[in-house]
Design a protein around this ligand. Structure first.
Ligand code: NAP
Length: 520
């Protein structure tokens, strides 16, 4: 059911409608109105979250895992109305949203399994050495949850990176209550998922403050949430300006807190000479496939191609131009994202040469795909050319030689991904470029395209600023829960007062490292 309520703990609070979603495919305003959460709502949600934190964070991992799995089931049980609502609020096609719904359930289950496995606690026991001179105390360490986490739903993944998406799943897994600031572009989708999570909290008998959902479209709402002293960390996916604004608020608090913001990345793709010579046409077509996927609205969109100039790069560019000519622009997610894409295109128009254009827009909120080209020299002289244009827009940088290409890579900002297209004959030269790419990106890949992020324990979806606010972390994969944990050491604390994973009897039967040896 969707009625536009603010969901605080176990309550659904109805108020006068303050905003409506827009169907980006038609430009029509949708009929359902939504309340704007107030400063009082923020305070109440944070107070309930703080009250729930100890009990939720202290739950046996198996019990917290069962709750997370129940939340996944509750989301899947919403049925087709979830997909239909998301379609009308985002313009994304059914098949994409059904896949995203599956991913949302799977990543919640993945975190539940990780919880049960138990190594994330990093329970470590260095027993006392009373006979040593000087004697060593009994030292026991494990990870504890940070406390309530504020999550900002992302516009471009209305399910998998929104209300019960990756950040919420990771925070729940770590044992942190979550207060979600819903993305105003998909409020009905957000409310459906939030109500499912709210039900799962109640059915698991957990304190109501484990989850709250605050819809709204005013910057002030998110700002108040991040400033609330009971919030201990933030997960965000969105614009660079938004992420930086929230980082600033968090840093100015009397108690500054970490903001894990995933913001902007142009995902450089390096075409090595032998690969380019052998398969320029195939690479050109595959590049356009990745570039135009989902109207280019992926954080891993390949917005930058680097190669040595010459006939092989010309063949690549011609094949990419041909492929792009057949691409019809789908509706973008929001009028705001569409407008930002238009501004980015206009800026590129004055700084680089337009090489290719997709089909003309035939409806609202559509941006024709575009590829530009520029010399390496011009690229390095103009930092604005390295800024993300969110959409199916990319720039090919023509380098004189591999040394100049390496210079371009060395000057790039932080990235989520960096890709190499290479053949065996390229490996010698690639050995010099790969270390540069590793310094810049959270994930380096060969002979693939950056779009498509697997949700697995080995995945890193992170990278230095501005890709994310903290390149030591990932927002996808099981390691994402580490963002919401902190280590604590107990020294000579009596056994009965220790948390169960550190007690002598190990009542939860979790793996521990005792005296340097892992014990299953
Ligand atoms: P956004 O404008 O950054 O908004 C994301 C969320 O953050 C919204 O809930 C928004 O709430 C909140 N927010 C933004 N600025 C804020 C501020 N100064 N103070 C408090 N809250 C703030 O992102 P978007 O609407 O999803 O898309 C806009 C642009 O973001 C795109 O054009 C694209 O450039 C970028 N983007 C990047 C990625 C990526 O993966 N790299 C993904 C999505 C979007 P309110 O609207 O209520 O203020």
């Amino acid at each position: 059911m969707i009625d536009g309520s603010v969901l605080i703990g176990s309550q659904a609070i109805r108020r006068e409608a303050a905003f409506h979603a827009v169907d980006p495919a038609t430009g029509e305003t949708l009929p359902q109105g939504f309340a704007e959460a107030t400063a009082e709502d923020v305070a109440r949600a944070c107070a309930l979250a703080a009250a729930a934190a100890d009990r939720f964070g202290g739950l046996e991992p198996r019990a917290r895992g069962a709750f997370i799995e129940a939340a996944a089931e509750a989301i899947l049980a919403i049925g087709d109305v979830l997909v239909e609502t998301a379609m009308s609020e985002t313009g994304l096609p059914r098949v994409r949203l059904e896949g995203e719904r599956m991913r949302t359930g799977n990543q919640l289950r993945m975190f539940a399994a990780e919880l049960r496995e138990g190594r994330w606690l990093d329970a470590t026991i260095d027993p006392a050495l009373p006979d040593r001179a000087p004697p060593r105390a009994d030292l026991r360490r494990m990870n504890l949850p940070l406390g309530p986490v504020a999550v900002f739903g992302a516009s471009n993944f209305p399910l998998a990176f929104s209300v019960a998406g990756g950040d919420t799943a990771a925070a729940f897994a770590a044992g942190c209550p979550v207060v979600v600031k819903g993305h105003p572009a998909h409020p009905g989708t957000g409310e459906l998922v939030a109500r499912a999570v709210q039900r799962a909290v109640a059915e698991a008998g957990l304190p109501e403050g484990v989850f709250s959902y605050l819809p709204g479209r005013a910057n002030a709402l998110g700002a108040a949430l991040v400033a609330d002293p009971r919030i201990k960390a933030v997960g965000f996916t969105g614009s660079r300006a938004g992420g930086l604004a929230l980082m600033d608020i968090a840093a100015r608090r009397p108690e500054p807190i970490p903001v894990y913001a995933e913001m902007s990345s142009i995902n450089p793709v390096v075409l090595m000479p032998a690969a380019l010579a052998a398969r320029a046409e195939a690479l050109g077509a595959a590049f356009v496939g990745s570039l135009t996927l989902g109207a280019g609205q992926f954080c891993t969109n390949p917005g930058l191609v680097l190669a040595v100039e010459g006939p092989d790069l010309d063949r690549f560019a011609a094949a990419a131009s041909d492929a792009l000519a057949g691409i019809e622009p789908p509706a973008m997610l929001t009028p705001g994202i569409h407008a930002a894409c238009g501004r980015g295109l206009a800026a590129l128009e004055t700084r680089a040469a337009r090489l290719a254009t997709g089909q003309a827009a035939s409806g609202p909120n559509r941006c024709s795909a575009a590829i530009f080209s520029v010399s390496a020299e011009a690229f390095m002289a103009d930092p604005a050319l390295g800024e993300e244009v969110f959409g199916a827009v990319s720039l090919i940088v023509h380098c004189r030689d591999l040394a100049e290409l390496a210079e371009v890579v060395a000057g790039l900002e932080g990235q989520l991904t960096a890709s190499l297209q290479l053949d065996p004959a390229d490996e010698g030269a690639a050995a010099a470029i790969l270390p540069l790419l590793q310094q810049k990106a959270g994930r380096v890949l060969a002979n693939g395209w950056p779009t498509g992020v697997e949700v697995t324990p080995a995945m890193v979806h992170g990278g230095p600023l501005p890709a994310t606010s903290d390149g030591r972390s990932t927002s996808v994969g099981t390691l994402a829960m580490a963002r919401f944990l902190r280590p604590v050491c107990w020294q000579d604390i009596p056994d009965a007062l220790l948390p169960p994973p550190l007690q002598a009897a190990n009542p939860w039967q979790l793996p521990r490292r005792v005296d340097g040896e892992w014990q299953a």
